[in-house]
Design a protein around this ligand. Structure first.
Ligand code: XMP
Length: 515
């Protein structure tokens, strides 16, 4: 039984599944995405979700091995909403007919409502919907009636309101479906009886209580990177267990300007969290000496991090828990029906990379949250915008932004250049619009002239991208004036650089980082 009201979303592989989840969370209702193979009537009886949503997906219900919900699920007592493929699966299983449409519908489609109660209460009789399907329902199952049409199909929606089963051929979750939000609200509040109690304040209350119960009197260790996720996790866990939490911050020498000082100030002095700052710069630099291969650098840094972290964690008495700032999208990525580990594109090590042999149990208080919810939690806990809106920074740090060997001298150049890039971007009020912006030190020197002297010095590349999730990214069209100021400041203020270039590649085919 769920501690709070919830909706289960079964993911049949739609590109919009996460969007369905976002839309529901926006209504302050908790929801969870599960892969099709875990959906059983028993699960529904056990969890007693307020409702179930069957997502869209690329399959055709008649394909061999098409993933289908178990038939008994429809009698398990929870209202069900099938969307697109979810509708076709319902029709197919419950005795209707689904066929390949003569007319495929993609994009905008004018929708006419035939039954204006239940799912369509207060929905305009005529509105625009968003379709994306090749198959269509051509006969409703017994007990169902068609409830909406478009010019291409008489079955744009169907319902069996006695059994509380509803289905839509169009996508209510996408912004182009005008009445989508109203339809989803009708499902959540009228049909499923949700009250919309999932707020970040209530999340903090439940979660701190749960952390307290889980940890008991044992100690918890957390690898703090200074990024949004580990910072919010740290403050939340500290609120729950106070001094039982120790945060370990590894200074690997590959950090940005002032990063260590900022972390010390924030967590130790402001929040009074026990903070163990490990000065490991020399260890990392020694192991990186002479290494130029990017993958080799990553491997060394990942291994060394775990070694250092483990050494420190072992010094904490009675430590039984390792806390991590894992977020919901990471959880979905590793468990979804179509994703699973093999579809995980990033193999990046993170600062939370687990020391497995320590046998610590995990505390992951943010694993149900999306990034914007984490920011909201952080704000409620008193973390400043500076931390909450900080751009992502890779675990291997500046090492993957120095092409070629990592040395103290090169670190200093890229760090000073980066500081100026960020400073100018913030002054121009562009920081929040960008996913990331940073400096990269290239392994070439070029000729320049400063004063009357010929110079032969390093090149800095500036990389700025916009993105939603780092899977794809576009280079940012920064105003030329801002680029000019960045270039001037780097060349004038950073010793050893006489040229600045701007990276105009998108991802794919390039990546965001250069290594
Ligand atoms: P790429 O370069 O693959 O980066 O386009 C995608 C996003 O991931 C970040 N990144 C990393 N993050 N450990 C991390 O924690 C890593 O090893 C790592 N490598 C890249 C990168 O900054 C971007 O946001």
């Amino acid at each position: 039984m769920q501690a709070h009201e919830s909706i289960l979303i079964v993911d049949y592989g739609s590109q919009y599944t996460q969007l369905i989840a976002r839309r529901i969370r926006e209504q302050h209702v908790f929801c969870r995405i599960i892969p099709p193979q875990t959906l059983t009537a028993e699960l529904i009886k056990q969890e007693q979700p307020n409702g179930v949503i069957l997502s869209g997906g690329p399959n055709s219900v008649y394909q061999p091995n098409a993933p289908l919900p178990p038939r008994e699920m429809f009698d398990a007592g929870a209202p069900v909403l099938g969307i697109c493929y979810g509708m076709q699966a319902m029709a197919h299983l419950l005795g209707g007919t689904v066929e390949k449409s003569g007319k495929r519908e993609y994009g905008r489609s004018p929708l006419t409502i035939k039954q204006s109660d239940g799912l369509f209460k207060d929905v305009k009789p005529e509105s625009v919907s968003w379709m994306s399907h090749g198959d269509s329902v051509t006969k409703t199952p017994p007990g169902f009636v068609p409830t909406a049409t478009t010019s291409n199909t008489g079955f744009a929606a169907m319902a069996d309101s006695t059994r509380r089963l509803y289905a839509l051929q169009f996508h209510p979750e996408v912004a182009h479906t005008e009445e989508g939000p109203k339809i989803l609200r009708n499902f959540l509040f009228d049909i499923c009886g949700c009250r919309g109690e999932w707020t970040m304040a209530s999340f903090i209350e439940h979660t701190t209580q749960r952390i307290r119960e889980t940890a008991g009197k044992a100690n918890v260790v957390l690898g703090l990177s200074g990024g949004v996720d580990s910072s919010v996790a740290a403050v939340l866990i500290h609120k729950a267990v106070g001094d039982q939490l120790t945060c370990v911050f590894v200074d690997n020498g590959l950090l940005r300007a002032n990063e260590r000082a900022q972390v010390e100030k924030m967590f130790s002095r402001h929040f009074h969290i026990k903070l163990d700052v490990v000065d490991a710069a020399q260890r990392f630099l020694k192991r990186l000496a002479g290494v130029t291969d990017p993958e080799q650098k990553r491997k060394i840094i990942g291994e060394e991090f775990i070694r250092v972290f483990e050494q420190e964690a072992k010094r904490i008495p009675d430590v039984q828990f390792l806390a991590q700032g894992t977020l919901y999208p990471d959880v979905i990525e590793s468990t979804s029906a179509w994703g699973g580990p093999s579809a995980t594109i990033k193999t990046h090590h993170n600062v939370g990379g687990l020391p497995k042999q320590m046998n610590l149990k995990l505390i992951e208080p943010l694993r149900d949250l999306f990034k914007d919810e984490v920011r909201e939690v952080g704000a409620l806990l008193g973390l400043p915008d500076d931390v909450l809106w900080r751009h992502p920074f890779p675990g291997p740090g500046l090492a993957v932004r120095i092409l070629g060997e990592v040395t103290e001298e090169r670190l200093q150049i890229v760090r000073e250049a980066d500081e100026r890039v960020i400073d100018e971007i913030k002054k121009a009020d562009l920081y929040r619009q960008l996913w990331q912006v940073f400096a990269v030190l290239l392994p070439v020197k070029t000729v320049g002239v400063m004063g009357d002297e010929r110079t032969y010095e390093h090149v800095i590349a500036v990389r700025a991208v916009t993105s939603q999730d780092a899977m794809t990214a576009d280079w940012a069209k920064l105003p030329p004036e801002a680029l000019g100021r960045i270039s001037n400041r780097i060349i004038n203020e950073v010793k050893g650089v006489n040229r600045v270039v701007y990276d105009i590649s998108s991802k794919p085919p390039s990546t965001i980082e250069w290594e």
